[in-house]
Design a protein around this ligand. Structure first.
Ligand SMILES: *[C@@H]1O[C@H](CO)[C@@H](O)[C@H](O)[C@H]1NC(C)=O
Ligand SMILES: *[C@@H]1O[C@H](CO)[C@@H](O)[C@H](O)[C@H]1NC(C)=O
Ligand SMILES: *[C@@H]1O[C@H](CO)[C@@H](O)[C@H](O)[C@H]1NC(C)=O
Ligand SMILES: *[C@@H]1O[C@H](CO)[C@@H](O)[C@H](O)[C@H]1NC(C)=O
Length: 395
């Protein structure tokens, strides 16, 4: 039986909230009044920026309002918040489309950027990166731009993102970079399972981040938590297709930050390449991953449901990233790969304090297997498949 994910039930309610207008309590600045053109053919990026500037200069709370309709943002569009006189919000009832030719912005890093904002609320809207031709270019092995992220928040504090939909991004859908206090709710992400590098939500060097009630179907990690991130809660996510929910890759550079205090709970991961994963480069590093819990996650035909891989791009070196204090609790369901539990840690820095607590994963109606090395920890309750941590070796 396929268990209906909780997240699917919570989303209609969240969408309902997303239609609450921010306009009632704020001075509203409509992009149409600043020259934006509906129809998706005429570049409206300057009009959007002019609207933002006007809203920004307001001394009372303001909202940039984007009505129903399709608008082309034909170049990288950066909404800069450092000099705003209020905490500008943006309510999007329409659809924003990227240029149909990916080469126009493909090397610009990001398409829509919010930079140095404080107290920003972004609500509603569909962001369409029109990435299909770029993925095809990459698939064909041609020279192609790396592609842009649909949406980036950078160097911002107290961010709320509500009921936004991101589709067909060229690269990552959403990047949260060097932000604190970020709350993402009711996000919908969609791109085909074979679209390259289309991570759903990518966190880097950010702290106090909550992602809840979101549905992510894409071609790479549904959520990737990269170095320098801490205090992250991921809850009620439906993921699939995609590469699962990942911490990593960690340790690409020697002295980059670690990741700590991450909770992932009440998620459903379906028809994915991986389930819940920690991935580190096999090279010297002073980074770490600690205090992580994956809890109450249902796997439906997920590959590698529980996986720690410290041998990413190994060329004979071992990973210097210390992984410690990681709990997998109430992880159940079906695996599409033989090994339901695969914990392959560094020979030079074995994993410590790994807890497997009430695990029940099956492969083709059988318990399946495990493949584990350099792991110290303990089993609590029932652990199926058994054999990863042979006896409790608590370190
Ligand atoms: C760990 O992260 C969660 C979620 O952001 C936060 O609520 C909690 O306070 C953090 N714990 C510590 C010890 O910082
Ligand atoms: C997690 O799952 C277990 C087993 O199904 C259940 O007993 C427990 O209540 C769940 N925890 C939460 C916080 O929902
Ligand atoms: C594991 O799950 C299977 C299938 O849902 C069930 O038949 C089995 O009893 C469970 N095993 C344990 C130890 O809970
Ligand atoms: C662990 O990683 C090493 C090095 O890449 C590899 O040779 C080995 O097969 C892996 N073991 C498991 C159990 O995955």
């Amino acid at each position: 039986m396929v268990v209906a994910p909780k997240s699917l039930f919570s989303i209609p309610i969240l969408l309902l909230f997303s239609t609450f207008s921010l306009a009632s309590s704020r001075a509203s600045f409509n992009v149409l009044d600043y020259g934006a053109k509906m129809g998706g053919k005429i570049d409206s990026s300057k009009a959007f920026l002019d609207t933002w500037q006007a809203a920004c200069a307001s001394t009372t709370s303001s909202v940039v309002y984007v009505p129903k309709g399709t608008f082309l943002l034909g170049s990288k569009t950066t909404f800069a918040g450092a000099f705003c006189k209020n905490n500008v919000a943006m309510q999007i009832d329409g659809t924003l489309v990227a240029p149909s030719d990916y080469r126009v912005i493909g090397d610009d890093g990001h398409w829509i950027v919010f930079w140095q904002t404080n107290g920003m609320v972004l609500r509603g809207g569909i962001l369409d990166g029109r990435g299909a031709n770029l993925w095809n270019c990459k698939k064909a092995g041609k020279q192609c731009p790396i592609g842009v992220t649909n949406l980036a928040f950078s160097n911002s504090n107290n961010v709320q993102i509500r009921g936004v939909t991101s589709i067909n991004s060229q690269m990552f859908h959403v990047v949260i970079h060097e932000c604190t206090n970020v709350n993402i709710k009711g996000f919908r992400i969609s791109a085909p399972g074979d679209s390259r590098n289309t991570d759903g939500i990518h966190l880097s060097r950010s702290s106090n981040v909550i992602v809840t009630g979101s549905t992510i179907s894409t071609g790479d990690d549904c959520i990737s938590i990269s170095p320098g991130s801490s205090n992250v809660l991921v809850e009620n996510i439906f993921c699939g297709p995609g590469h699962g929910i990942s911490i990593g890759s960690i340790g690409a550079q020697h002295n980059e930050g670690g990741v700590q205090n991450v909770t992932v709970r009440h998620c459903t991961i379906q028809n994915t390449q991986n389930g819940v994963r920690i991935k580190t480069w096999a090279k010297p590093s002073s980074a770490y991953v600690k205090k992580v819990i994956f809890q109450n996650v249902t796997m439906v035909n997920a590959g590698n449901p529980i996986i720690i891989d410290q041998n990413y791009r190994s060329n004979g070196q071992t990973s210097g990233v210390q992984i410690s204090g990681v709990t997998f609790q109430h992880i159940r369901g079906t695996s599409s790969t033989k090994d339901g539990i695969s914990i392959n840690c560094s020979r030079s820095k074995p994993c410590k304090g790994i807890t497997l607590h009430n695990i029940n994963l099956s492969f083709g109606g059988q318990p399946g297997g495990t493949s584990c090395s350099n792991v110290f920890g303990r089993n609590v309750g029932t652990v199926v498949p058994a054999g990863c941590i042979k006896k409790s070796t608590w370190k």
